[in-house]
Design a protein around this ligand. Structure first.
Ligand code: PLP
Length: 406
């Protein structure tokens, strides 16, 4: 599981109210045209349903927004084979974090040169496994990791990961990964001295709302390239990382374009026309909007004057990103084949386990229909990323989240 701690929420939100608030429709009960009838109200919950066509379309959208940038799908977001297959058909490359992900990708795309091992913390045995399978690019952010890579991955391209502030993102990554620019300069020089092609990588934080968040790390990339050139070397790769946001109901095309324009402007400003090879590692953008997570309401009750709704999925069954209430899923309510509408009121939403940590939203209470009752369904939207693999194997005897494809 990718464990990320939330940064301060960015005050400005380019998508307006569409993504963050928990919204339910407020008109009369109607059938939900966005849901295939076969899935509405049927199938044992909890499950995630992923629309594979939407995955392909998200890939094409980002491709158009970032011309000249190789898209390495961050497999951790959703490693299901049908997802990998559809992205392989679209020509994706891959960002992998473990031997398991390497092996899964090579089963659908047997070209190891298309894989980048983006995890900066790797066991020696895992580096050896990757190298033996033909992986030629690895990330690092410390001297100790560089020592391992020099010994175990001779000739590989080494990407030094820069720390970022994470400002503007719902999940910052910079406190755990990346190094300061001065250390990056030293690591790059050491890697070059050992005969490795080099690059820089960074991650501006997941569910990033600011299209200009790439500017600061790209400015650092420009300075690091100058330093390398001064010593007769060069920067071979710049990896823009992930962070492109899931959008909920917002049309992804103009938003992707805005991010693409922001990034292209920063590239021009800091690296000029003579660009190194460019890549990015999108995860959430490619799969989140394509999926929803369906739960069943188990109990509606009142505690100390507050309405609580318990559902059959929680922190331990796929909704780990609600930790700290960082990712605020849009939730819709359903009864049978119809959307449940009418008057709404704020509720606390909690998962089914006996752990008191298993409360999803206590501060930011979603407004849900007051008519909600056990047996109704709550659907968490834009949940195709970081859900199925973040499910425990059976805490409290609840079975892991299932995944279906359409
Ligand atoms: C190294 C790396 N690359 C890419 C990603 C994907 O990020 P996102 O899903 O925000 O696009 C992550 C996510 O944690 C990551 O750790």
């Amino acid at each position: 599981m990718v464990h990320r701690v939330r940064s301060g929420r960015w005050p400005y939100h380019p998508f307006g109210a569409a993504l963050l608030p928990h919204v339910t429709t407020t008109t009369a009960t109607t059938s939900d045209p966005s849901t295939p009838p076969a899935l509405t109200g049927s199938g044992a919950t909890p499950f995630v349903s992923v629309d594979l066509t939407a995955v392909g379309s998200a890939y094409r959208t980002l491709r158009r927004a970032l011309p000249g940038v190789a898209l390495h799908y961050a497999v951790k977001a959703n490693p299901a084979r049908p997802v990998l297959e559809v992205l392989a058909r679209h020509g994706a490359s891959w960002d992998v974090a473990s031997p398991g992900e390497i092996d899964a990708v090579l089963e659908v795309d047997p070209r190891p040169e298309r894989l980048s091992y983006g995890n900066t913390v790797k066991k020696a045995a895992d580096i050896a496994h990757a190298h033996a399978r033909g992986v030629q690019q690895f990330a690092l952010d410390s001297d100790a990791e560089l020592d391992k890579l020099v010994a175990l991955a001779p000739g590989a391209t080494l990407l030094v990961r820069l720390a970022t502030s994470g400002a503007g993102a719902d999940w910052a990554l910079g406190h755990k990964f990346g190094c300061p620019e001065v250390q990056a300069a030293r690591l790059l020089a050491r890697a070059v001295a050992h005969g490795h092609p080099v690059g820089v990588c960074f991650h501006v934080g997941s569910q990033q709302h600011d299209p200009h968040a790439w500017d600061e790390p790209l400015a650092a990339a420009g300075r690091l390239r100058n330093a390398l050139r001064a010593m007769g070397a060069d920067l071979d790769v710049v990896d823009l990382g992930g962070g492109f946001p899931a959008l909920g109901t917002v049309d992804p095309v103009p938003v992707a374009q805005r991010f693409g324009e922001g990034i292209r402007a920063s590239l021009r400003r800091h690296l000029g026309d003579d660009l190194p090879a460019l890549m990015a590692e999108p995860g959430r953008f490619l799969v989140a909007d394509a999926g929803f997570l369906e739960t069943e309401v188990v109990l509606v009750t009142e505690r100390a004057g507050v309405r609580w709704v318990y559902v059959d999925a929680g922190l331990f069954s796929g909704l780990a990103e609600t930790m700290g209430e960082a990712i605020r899923y849009r939730i819709t309510a359903h009864r049978g084949r119809a959307s449940l509408t009418g008057a709404v009121a704020p509720v606390v939403v909690a998962g089914p386990t006996c752990d008191s940590l298993d409360v999803l939203y206590r501060r930011h209470r979603p407004a849900l229909p007051v008519s909600l009752r056990p047996g109704d369904r709550l659907r968490f939207r834009a949940a195709g990323a970081y859900t199925t693999t973040c499910s425990s194997v059976g805490f409290n005897g609840f079975r892991p989240l299932r995944e279906q494809f359409r």
